[in-house]
Design a protein around this ligand. Sequence first.
Ligand code: 26Q
Length: 822
Amino acid sequence: KQKTSVAVPSVNCAEMQQAIIDRLHKGLGTDKNKANNKAWWNATCQAVNELVFEKLTQTHQNHAEKDTRAVNYLSLEFLMGRLLSNNLQNLEVFDVTQQALKALGKDLYEICDEEPDMALGNGGLGRLAACFIDSLATLGYPAIGYGIHYEHGLFKQEFQDGRQIERPDTWREYGNPWEICRPESIQFVPLYGYVETVYEQGKGSRKVWHAGQKLKGVPWDIPIVGYGAKTVNILRLWESRSHEAFDWDVFNAGGYVDAQAEKSKAETVSKVLYPNDSTDAGKELRLIQQYFFCACSVKDILRRFKRANKEDWSLLPEKVAIQLNDTHPTIAIPELMRILIDEEGLEWPEAWEICQKTFAYTNHTLLPEALEKWSVALFEKVLPRHLEIIYEINSQFLTKVVEKKWPGDDAKKSKLSVIEESQPRMVRMANLCVITAYKVNGVAAVHSELVKTDLFPEFHELFPTKLVNVTNGVTPRRWLKACNPGLATLLDETIGDDWVLNLDKLKGILPKATDSDFQQRFMDIKKENKMVMAKIIKEETDVEVSVDAIFDVQIKRLHEYKRQQLNLIHILTLYKRLLEDPDYDMIPRVFLFGAKAAPGYHMAKEIIFALNKIADKVNNDVRIKDKLKVVFLPNYRVSLAEKMFPAADVSEQISTAGLEASGTGNMKFSLNGALTIGTMDGANIEMAEEIGAEHMFIFGLSVEEVKALKAEGYNPYDYYYNNPELKSVLDWLDSDFFTPSHPGLLSDIKRSLLDWGDEYLCLADYESYVNAHQAIDTLYRDQSAWAEKAILNAGAMGKFNSDRSIEDYATKIWNLKKFPIT
Ligand code: 26Q
């Protein structure tokens, strides 16, 4: 097939060589004989930047000139991973650069491995934001990502005697070639203090917030190169510094030391990413982080708007869409109200109308404990004026909207109120979002339905067109083309190379699913990827694994609802069978895990510990003849994920039905030719629609069955006593078999599954999970049948690409038009 892509490399090999050498000399003050790989990496990045900055300026000028409508994506997290290989891909200069470096005696893959991950996110939500800004740039939409320039991203994970230890992440320790500081766009952010009501003759009153502290926000821009490199958007990350002039008052009052203390306090605001991927109860610093970056971003948006539109505020909703990535940036709503009313002098009704037309909100969770709440007292202390505004929004909503619909119904009012009348009183951020936003979306079809029926049913009655669905997707540039060059090349040769921009083209391989030549090539690529992985496993954990084994992979944050513990008890089941019958007939399996636990999440850490202890035992047990291996790779992160997805045979997507909003790893696995063992949850359901459920290993209770079982009263002991194999495996955890001379170290896992109620129904799904694994074993014995299904999986992933998600947002929510760069 011919090449269908449009762009030609903007540089040739000789020019790229020269550019890299130049950057070594002029940018880094070294030369090719002295430079280490880090320096080569840095020089290569700088050479790439010369291509990027040109397009960045072009894009910026185009957008500014035409004052186009743009979307502003506000997110506390952008889990970018590495940028060099991605930028090379998107600029379509990867091959040229590889040749250039080769001529200089360097290997591009090794150079790329020098880059520290930009881990400014926890997991799914943060990685989704990163995929979305890639797609926005690729599709040519005017967009800015706004976030925090954390000095330390998500902690680095190490294991000590099987237990997780957290170490600080230092991605920026020696600078970062991708970011540009923009001191010309700094902003100042007030905090604390009190609100004064100022009465003016004939004009009524106005509010003045006298802040007790002010922070300086310094923007760092990361260029986001779209594939084909026509549009280069930016990710703008705010770093907090002290507001010198403000602190000088302290200084001049003789408080030199106090002023220094103020300075380091200000700098803590952007110091570290909170490592929880569900709410971290009420930490003041987290609220300040949220307000700090929202205030900087809203001011930045308004500055740009004013430059083009003077003060015609009614135009704001036409020019600006603000997307809130979960409730974390909700404070942007009262902040916009505050600026419009207190600083720009608008009346409440007009300001409120503008806000309602500007904000949209994405919900990512149904877990009740993950719905964000802040105590009223904390709000009053940190953001007194915002609390007043929230009270006013709430009071108007309750009297004008809820009272109209349900007159005299106080129960409805207290349920829908932004203020929860608990002890202490709390501000419910999700309610504020749903009341204000013109659209609210869930992230997969089933999740969006549950948002309507279970999470916000009354809001759905009040605003029947507000709640919509946009199913998540992943960028095929990073998650196929860059991470799996073998498969990408096979696709290029089979269906042409424009699948990268139009993933529906993958359908083109479906007719090849039964073609034995194609099957062979597909499986050979998988085997090569497994060999790369096996080498990493050996280096990282000293465990030897065979690439003839099934690589069965579960990689995601550690959470009880994601049910790594169900995987664990299945592993114990196989191990027990092997010990009882050394000839037990099974295809060798390698169970691979990668997961970080929130540092304060006890049970998650216990599960990591247990898996590591089981791994020690299993991997060193000669009796089972290498039929079983368990590997927990430390420090799971984007760059490691890029090596694991392409090497997987089996994808574990086993959350309790109704609890995983979407999942996005599930898509990456399938795209790279792994088969899914999964529940009917999140996007798994839509994947089954696209692939055909018969080509997946679906097991377990459905959402409806989960509800029914919980309603009738679930008792895990019923399953324990009725299934002797399950009972023996759970009892095993009480022994000292896995923790010699320390019985009971793994008992909490058993207790959580029995005495503490097994909230996530592991025992209810156990039997059907074990059977699904049996079916995997059976299918794998027929390599051709396996290959056929793997191909059918990859070929059906067209829908799950983030370009489609972004087109959905653009049409259903943002009303955004593409903007061709000239
Ligand atoms: C909130 C308050 C205080 C501290 C931390 C947090 C916090 C941080 C991160 C709460 C939640 C998160 C992250 C949530 C998340 O990643 N959700 C996942 O989003 C994915 C993208 O939509 C979905 O695919 C997953 O199903 C969902 O779990």
